[in-house]
Ligand binder design. Structure first.
Ligand SMILES: Cc1cc2nc3c(=O)[nH]c(=O)nc-3n(C[C@H](O)[C@H](O)[C@H](O)COP(=O)(O)OP(=O)(O)OC[C@H]3O[C@@H](n4cnc5c(N)ncnc54)[C@H](O)[C@@H]3O)c2cc1C
Length: 304
């Protein structure tokens, strides 16, 4: 996308939060790639977000991101408004065995808070480097647990700027798919935990962190698992390995040697290198194993 004055600028409502124009999405994603987005909006709080949505130009498209740990933004950027939830959405409160967290809160921060309070259940989220909003949208999971397993309710703002609450039995979350109402922005969620000894929780958290360190390139520029595991049979990484793709490279984009369902930006990869590499992996897996791999990473925006 050519950097130009957004036609929407003059019609944007006056908000408490902050707008940026032509914000480089490479600064907001784990892959550290991605062109500019037309408008980048950090609302101050839920009221501010509702006010923005009620008063924004009706033809301005809006999408929310969290920590950008599961998205690949193309080099041409995004022709719409990206909403990023910041500190106004990171509050955590505890009521007996229920923990309530803002959708901008990082998973790790929530897990540490639960550990201190002796609340068990959400430990699996500790090494998933996203926000609670991202965990809801993706139904993030690890070690046989998923976000949905502990969810009591969550609150979201609809595209018209109205706040709603849905209880977990009212939505149907599936593997890596939160199934949130269309174009909604999750702002807060409550999880039911189990009271346990903080030391026991700490040990579990540390074991999960160590396991991840050993098996995943967690310090690399990556988007986590690139493809969903097929419903049956070998896992995505096994198929990728079988197809001989471990270590495969296009420019500075590489299939991780450590965990071959992870793609890496070694240094100066473009989004196009990473996406092309992913497509090459899909093709080789199809040729060799006959299986179709489905992207787990959300790809956004336009190519250059
Ligand atoms: C090293 C590494 C390890 C990982 N390990 C795991 C793992 O074990 N298990 C796992 O499930 N995932 C894993 N991931 C992927 C990723 O961390 C998760 O999918 C995470 O839940 C994404 O959260 P996020 O805040 O970064 O969301 P983003 O990547 O910013 O966005 C992902 C999607 O969520 C939507 N979204 C984000 N916030 C909101 C909101 N408030 N309201 C509505 N929609 C929203 C976005 O629109 C987008 O569609 C890993 C990623 C990395 C880099």
């Amino acid at each position: 996308m050519q950097l130009k004055e957004s036609p929407f600028v003059k019609d944007l409502p006056v908000v408490q939060g902050r707008y940026s124009f032509g914000y480089l999405m490479s600064k907001a994603t784990w892959f550290k790639v991605g062109g500019p987005c037309e408008i980048f909006f950090k609302p101050a709080n839920t009221d501010d977000l509702c006010y923005f949505l009620k008063n924004k130009p009706s033809n301005l498209k809006v999408m929310c991101i969290g920590a950008g740990s599961n998205i690949l933004v193309r080099d041409g950027g995004i022709d719409s408004c990206i909403v990023k939830l910041g500190s106004g959405f990171s509050e955590i409160s505890i009521e007996d065995d229920i923990v309530i967290a803002g959708a901008g809160c990082l998973n790790r921060t929530l897990v540490m808070k639960c550990q201190e309070a002796g609340l068990s259940g959400l430990e699996f989220l500790v090494g998933i480097p996203g926000t609670i909003g991202g965990a809801l949208a993706m139904n993030a999971g690890a070690y046989d647990n998923e976000t949905k397993d502990f969810l009591e309710w969550f609150e979201f703002v609809d595209p018209q700027g109205n706040l709603h609450r849905l209880h977990s039995h009212e939505i149907h979350m599936t593997y890596r798919h939160g199934n949130l109402p269309m174009d909604s922005i999750a702002v807060r969620a409550a999880f039911r935990c189990i009271k346990k000894d903080p030391l026991e929780i700490k040990m579990k958290v540390n074991a999960y962190l160590q396991k991840r360190e050993e098996s995943q390139p967690i310090r690399g520029r990556t988007g986590g698992s690139t493809f969903k595991n097929p419903a049956q049979g070998p896992k995505a990484w096994e198929l990728i390995d079988q197809a001989g793709c471990r270590g495969l490279r296009i420019g500075d984009a590489q299939v991780s040697e450590k965990h071959c369902n992870f793609l890496l930006n070694l240094d100066a990869a473009q989004a196009s290198d990473i996406e092309t590499l992913g497509m090459m992996v899909q093709q080789k897996v199809k040729e060799i194993t006959g299986q179709e791999l489905e992207w787990e990473i959300i790809r956004l925006g336009a190519p250059l």
